[in-house]
Design a protein around this ligand. Structure first.
Ligand code: AMP
Length: 263
């Protein structure tokens, strides 16, 4: 496979099932570069057994026309065999992959790091665009590009949300109507904690415990809800350069969200 890149190329790696979140990244790439490339590949390496690889939403025709509408110049939708003709060499980013999403989804970030490195080498972009929606993924990719001296700049874009606050996600399609109604509580809870932290009403750990209880009472199966440092994703009691991160199951659907406090 020869490289696409050269010249001023912006790149958006995706797994398809496009929504406004994906489209916002594509528009940014389109506006800021001479040419924009998008990859669409549901990467088996980042799903563990028992996860939703087989039922992950796929609609390539719709995705092609949405990408075209967003002004994308190249849509790269390789087959599994093109990306993984044999068992692949893999990339393991240490430390920040061992907690939160990495702990709940063993091997997930090895799969992400490996496919993103391969896509960078195929596409050769100047800048690659990712969404803060997947905050830990952003930090893993940043660490990988730094550690391996990959000559790509990274740009992280704000999370696009439904009017009721729910972060757009391809997995929202799995929610029943009743779960869909409940789902914005995840973002509402983060906003409530941020507000209380700002007012300094209670200690962060007490607020987090109250928020976990509230979510559980409302039918969420909370995996984690923490205040973490953006430097290393370790729990912190300070909101400086930190983020609230949450993962929770609602029925069978795993939802993640976050709220960043900048420096
Ligand atoms: P995915 O197809 O889920 O792998 O996502 C492709 C890219 O879109 C990743 O960089 C995601 O972080 C980003 N993304 C997903 N959801 C959103 C959203 N609601 N707002 C902004 N970016 C998003």
């Amino acid at each position: 496979m020869s490289a696409l890149g050269g010249g001023d190329l912006g790149f958006v790696p995706t797994m398809g099932a496009f929504h406004e979140g994906h489209l916002s990244l594509m528009r940014a790439a389109r506006e800021r570069h001479e040419r924009a490339a998008v990859s669409l590949f549901v990467n088996p390496l980042q799903f563990s057994r028992g996860e939703d690889l087989d039922r992950y939403p796929r609609n390539e025709e719709r995705d092609f026309s949405l990408a075209e509408g967003a002004g994308v110049d190249y849509l790269f939708a390789p087959s599994r065999g093109e990306i993984y003709p044999r068992e692949s060499t893999t990339i393991r980013v240490p430390e920040i992959t061992e907690i939160w999403e990495g702990k709940s989804r063993p091997g997930h970030f090895d799969g992400v790091a490996t496919v993103v490195a391969k896509l960078f080498n195929i596409v050769h972009p100047q800048i690659a665009y990712f969404g803060w929606k997947d905050l830990q993924q952003c930090l893993v990719i940043r660490r990988m590009t730094e550690d391996l001296n990959i000559p790509v700049e990274l740009e992280f874009m704000e999370t696009v949300r439904e009017p009721d606050g729910l972060a757009l996600s391809s997995r929202n399609a799995y929610l029943s109507p009743e779960e869909r109604q409940k789902a914005p509580r995840l973002q509402g809870t983060l906003a409530w904690i941020a507000d209380e932290l700002d007012k300094k009403t209670r200690e962060p750990q007490e607020l987090l415990a109250m928020a976990r209880e509230d979510l559980t009472r409302n039918g969420f199966d909370v995996d984690y809800l923490e205040l973490v440092s953006l430097a290393d994703l370790q729990p912190t009691n300070s909101s400086r350069n930190a983020a609230l991160i949450v993962a929770s199951r609602l029925g069978t659907t795993r939802l993640i969200d976050n709220l960043r406090f900048d420096a």
